[in-house]
Design a protein around this ligand. Structure first.
Ligand SMILES: *Cc1c(COP(=O)(O)O)cnc(C)c1O
Length: 232
């Protein structure tokens, strides 16, 4: 078994254990293999070992890589996104995890509207309130949800966060809990077309804690593909 296949299998074992610890069904947790800065061949290798969903963070890199992957993978966009680049994602990704402002949602709606199709989105919340990070503030979330909900060509699946980096994953647990609580608060408002059923949270260093706190999508890069070179 190659390294990538081995790594993916180990991650599934760890996800399963985290589910056991927290009384969850492993079928409810999906693994997004984050392939940014990694070559198309690695995506193909991972696909051949059973991995279906891949996450990319940089539009230009994705545009170059996507045509080189002929396997029928499902692409998710997880990185910060400028409105003028949304057009390059249309028809290529099923899900965008990083919608944090109305103007971006409107452009996504406009682009997917051209083909009368829909795309799944997560609203990204700046849960640690860090000035360096993208994401809507928890206070502004309800307004963002209410204005994005009526857009016809995107479906709000839930919330996403990228919490502050911590050396000990236990320190991140309160942020994951907070994201889940925010999703529950929004659900209680019963806004038409809004079901915050999914939570995109957890990365290589903390995905088990995220699963214990309710993650339905974990975004794991390094633990599958190895350390990344810094992006030039
Ligand atoms: C790079 C990235 C990840 C994966 O991080 P790892 O620590 O390599 O697992 C997850 N989510 C987002 C938004 C990322 O940009």
């Amino acid at each position: 078994m190659n390294n990538i296949a081995n790594n993916i299998q180990k991650i599934h074992t760890r996800i399963n254990n985290a589910c056991l610890n927290s009384g969850r069904n492993p079928d409810d947790v999906k693994l997004v293999a984050v392939s940014k800065i990694k070559p198309a061949e690695m995506v193909t290798d991972a696909f051949e070992s059973g991995q279906k969903i891949f996450g990319e963070s940089y539009v230009q890199e994705f545009r170059d890589k996507q045509p080189l992957v002929t396997a029928p993978v499902e692409w998710h966009f997880i990185g910060s996104l400028q409105s003028n680049k949304v057009k390059y994602l249309r028809g290529k990704v099923t899900t965008i995890h990083s919608v944090d402002r109305l103007s971006l949602a409107e452009e996504i709606d406009r682009q997917w509207g051209k083909t009368e199709t829909t795309v799944d989105v997560f609203l990204q919340v700046n849960i640690g309130d860090e000035s360096s990070k993208a994401g809507c503030s928890p206070e502004a979330l309800e307004n963002l949800v209410r204005s994005v909900a009526p857009l016809q060509n995107l479906r709000i699946k839930g919330l996403m966060c990228l919490p502050p980096h911590c050396d000990n994953p236990e320190q991140v647990r309160p942020f994951f809990k907070q994201l889940k609580q925010l999703a529950e608060q929004i659900n209680r408002l019963q806004i038409p077309d809004v079901n915050m059923d999914e939570l995109s949270m957890g990365m290589s260093g903390d995905f088990e804690v995220a699963v214990e706190e309710g993650a339905t999508f974990v975004r794991v890069g390094t633990a599958i593909f190895g350390a990344r070179e810094k992006k030039a």
